[in-house]
Design a protein around this ligand. Structure first.
Ligand code: AMP
Ligand code: ZN
Length: 433
C-alpha cells in the first residue's frame, strides 16, 4: 500500500505499547523545558526516569483548559520561540482563547497524520478536495489543507460560506472530496435543492465531516441528501487540530492515531479510568509534538472506547462519536440533558428539516427548554390540525428521550440563520426574556 498507511497503524498491541512508552518518556523530557510543566512535574515529583511503560502515564498530572489559559500566551512552549512557525487558537467564544504553537517538524507530522486520515477513508492523490471550512486561526482550514496537499490531492481552499460559489467551484473543477462542517452540510443540501441541482449530478463522492458534535442520524441525512459517503473526523486545536481520530471506510467508530497520541477515558469526578466501554471524558497526551507537548489534556469531550477489531486491519483503538462536551450538559428540572439526545430524536423524524435550536428560558420560576425546529416545506403547508399533531408528536418523542416535556415550536424551513463555522445549538435566554 501507500506510505499513507503507516505501519504504526497496524502494530501488534505490545509493539505499540513499547513505542508509546518510549515516546511518552521523550515527551516528559521535553516538557521539563516548558515553564508550566517544569513546575507541575516537580510538584508531582515525577520525571522522565519514572516512565517505564505507557501505563505510567497515570502517575503524571492532568492539564486543563484553565491551565492553558493561565499560562497564556507562552507558558507551554518547550522550545525557544524562534523555533516556532505557526500559531492556531481554539474556537472557544468566551474568555482568553487557547493558543497552540507548531514548529516546522510539528507541522510536518500533523500533515502526515491528516494525509493518513484521509487515505483511511479512500481519498487518493487523484482526488480534487475542496476545503469548505474557515481558514485562519481555526485548525480546520490549514490543517486539512496541508494534509490534502501532502496526500497529493488538488486542493481548493474555498473557505467558509458563499454557498453559490462553493457549488460552482465543485462543478467546474470536478471536486470529488469535500471537507465540511456537518451543520453546514445540511444547510448546503437545502441550498442545492433551492438551486434546482440534483445531488446525484454532483461530482463528489466523499465528505469529511467533523469539528462539531453530530449524531448518526445527521450523518445519514448528509449522505442521503448530498449523495456521498460522509466520514467522521475528530480533533481539537490543543492536539494540533483535525487528524486525531478518524473513521475508516467501515464507518464503525474513529481510529485513534495511537503512535502520535495516548488516549485515556476517565470519570470526570473521580479522575479514574472508566470501566471498559463506558462513556467518560477523553484525555489526550501528545507523543510526537516537540514544540508544545501536552500531557493528559482534559478535552471535556465525552466518548467511549469501542470493543472489537476493525475489518480494515488497523489495530489502533476506536472511539465512539463524541456524545457531547461535559460543559454542554443542560440541567432542567433536575434532569441532565445533552443536546445530542435532542438532535437524535429530531433528525429521525422525516418531517423535520435541516436545522434546529434549543433555547433555555425561565418559565415563571422554573427553567425550561424550548426546541425550535424547522419543518420541511411540504409538511409546513399542511393544515393547522396536522401541524398541531406533529408538534405533539415531536414533544412526546422528546419527552421519551429526555424525560421532561419541552416546549416545541415548529418553524418554517430556512428561518434559523446559519452561522458561519460551528453551529450554536443551545441559546441561554434565562434572565434575558
Ligand atoms: P477547536 O479546537 O476549537 O477546533 O474545537 C475542538 C472541539 O470540537 C473538540 O474538543 C470537540 O468538542 C469538537 N469536535 C471536533 N471534532 C468533532 C467531531 N468529529 N465530533 C464531535 N465534536 C467534535
Ligand atoms: Zn478500521
Amino acid at each position: 500500500m501507500s506510505q499513507y498507511f503507516d505501519p504504526a497503524e497496524a502494530l501488534a498491541r505490545p509493539e505499540l505499547a513499547k513505542l508509546q512508552a518510549a515516546r511518552l518518556k521523550t515527551t516528559v523530557e521535553r516538557c521539563l523545558a516548558a515553564p508550566f510543566y517544569k513546575k507541575a512535574l516537580a510538584q508531582a515529583k515525577i520525571g522522565p526516569g519514572d516512565i517505564h511503560t505507557v501505563d505510567d502515564i497515570r502517575r503524571l498530572p492532568f492539564t486543563t483548559k484553565d491551565d492553558l489559559r493561565a499560562n497564556y500566551p507562552y507558558g507551554f512552549l518547550a522550545l525557544p520561540k524562534e523555533k516556532f512557525v505557526r500559531l492556531h487558537a481554539s474556537s472557544g467564544t468566551t474568555g482568553t482563547p487557547t493558543a497552540v504553537f507548531y514548529t516546522k517538524n510539528d507541522l510536518d507530522a500533523w500533515a502526515d497524520l491528516m494525509a493518513r486520515s484521509m487515505f483511511a477513508v479512500g481519498v487518493r492523490p487523484s482526488d480534487v478536495l475542496q476545503n469548505m471550512s474557515g481558514y485562519g486561526l481555526f485548525t480546520g482550514g490549514l490543517g486539512i489543507h496541508y494534509g490534502s496537499e501532502r496526500l497529493g490531492c488538488l486542493t481548493i481552499p474555498a473557505g467558509a460560506g458563499n454557498t453559490k460559489r462553493q457549488i460552482k467551484l465543485i462543478r467546474d473543477f470536478g471536486v470529488t472530496v469535500v471537507h465540511i462542517i456537518p451543520s453546514y452540510a445540511l444547510y448546503f443540501a437545502t441550498k442545492l435543492a433551492a438551486e434546482g441541482i440534483k445531488a446525484t449530478d454532483m461530482p463528489w463522492r466523499i465528505a469529511l465531516i467533523g469539528a462539531e458534535p453530530h449524531t448518526e442520524e445527521v450523518r445519514r441525512r448528509i449522505e442521503e441528501l448530498l449523495h456521498l459517503k460522509a466520514y467522521n473526523s475528530f480533533g481539537l486545536s490543543e492536539m494540533n487540530g483535525p487528524g486525531v481520530a478518524f473513521e475508516c471506510e467501515y464507518q464503525n467508530g474513529m481510529h485513534l492515531w495511537e503512535d502520535a497520541y495516548v488516549a485515556e477515558i476517565i470519570d470526570p469526578n473521580t479522575l479514574e479510568p472508566v470501566a471498559e466501554g463506558e462513556i467518560g471524558e477523553l484525555v489526550m497526551t501528545t507523543l510526537t509534538r516537540e514544540g508544545m507537548p501536552l500531557i493528559r489534556y482534559r478535552t471535556r469531550d465525552l466518548t467511549r472506547f469501542l470493543p472489537g477489531d476493525c475489518p480494515c486491519g488497523r489495530t489502533s483503538r476506536r472511539i465512539d462519536r463524541i456524545a457531547g462536551r461535559a460543559d454542554d450538559m443542560i440541567i432542567i428540572k433536575g434532569v441532565n440533558i445533552y443536546p445530542m439526545q435532542i438532535e437524535q430524536v429530531l433528525m429521525s423524524m422525516p418531517e423535520v428539516g435541516q436545522n434546529y435550536v434549543i433555547e433555555l428560558f425561565t418559565d415563571g420560576v422554573m427553567d425550561n427548554l424550548r426546541v425550535k425546529v424547522e419543518i420541511k416545506d411540504e409538511y409546513f403547508e399542511e393544515d393547522m390540525r396536522a401541524l398541531t399533531g406533529l408538534q405533539k408528536r415531536v414533544s412526546a418523542r422528546l419527552r421519551d428521550e429526555i424525560l421532561i416535556t419541552p416546549k416545541v415550536e415548529l418553524i418554517q424551513h430556512g428561518s434559523i440563520p446559519k452561522a458561519e463555522g460551528k453551529a450554536q445549538r443551545v441559546v441561554d435566554l434565562r434572565g434575558a426574556e
